[in-house]
Design a protein around this ligand. Sequence first.
Ligand SMILES: [Cu+2]
Length: 321
Amino acid sequence: MKTSFRGALGAAALLACSTSAFAHAVMAVREASPGASYRGVVQVMHGCEGSPTVAVRVTIPDGVAGARPMPKPGWTLSTVKGPYARPYSNGHSETAEGVKEITWTGGSIPDDAFDEFTFQAQIADSFEPGAVIRFPIVQTCAAGESRWTEIPAAGQDAHALRYPAPGVTVVAAVATSGSDTIKVGALTIAQPWMRATPTGAAVAGGYVRITNTGTTPDRLVAASIPLAGRGEVHEMANVNGVMTMNEVAGGLAIPAGGTVELKPGGYHLMFMDLTSGPKAGETVRGTLTFEKAGKVDVAFRVSPVGAPGPSGGAMSEHQHH
Ligand SMILES: [Cu+2]
């Protein structure tokens, strides 16, 4: 009896799994944070019962602002703009309307192939962690259409729906594992820090560990702090026995599934034209800019002048190009 009971449970679990495997269109990045940018990746898993996919339309729900689609070779992009349910504020200005719908048409994805459609947007800071933001998606095929547009009623389980709109779960911008860790989409940005600079120093180095838990690479393309006129992403190189550093051309790649550590003697952020030096014990707010994840606000903890970093070395020993 016990064995057959287990067998019945297994069959039920299999059924539940096959329902999600049946989904034709999903959102690849399943988490978003209030007040942060969100990279939406609509994944088209297959066509409509043998027919190729020829159009993909995603509805941008309330609370998601500033949506910008990524053009896709071979596809024509169109957007529908409209008023937001509530004006969106990014702290500097308010926006009352924007893109509410994005459509890619004109291409063709064979039924047995897979493809992705990308957009970027800002998540309103009014969302509470645990909330689910649903993005209705309509997939049009040469023959037929799949409408992943059903929104569960309050308290209703989305699994009870036949064609639920793909959901993205809101998670707190600062992870509970440590106050120095920030999650933005697929990126985890851990322990931003810098060293206090000697009096009169014109440059300061910044360090951080970045992990990409997603399936697509990203790039760290810029960094800034209010104390510095400009910031760059640098790499160290040993040229004829002399350590030199240069800006990383095109930005620092953060590979899918990989971790990149910026540390003394290696990749680092270089803040130049300092108007005043960072002082030990203070926290310097700054912004990292990623090609896909967008702008991320971070806080660099400042260690004493020459403090040993994770692997030693001091910026002042290095020549600058
Ligand atoms: Cu440098």
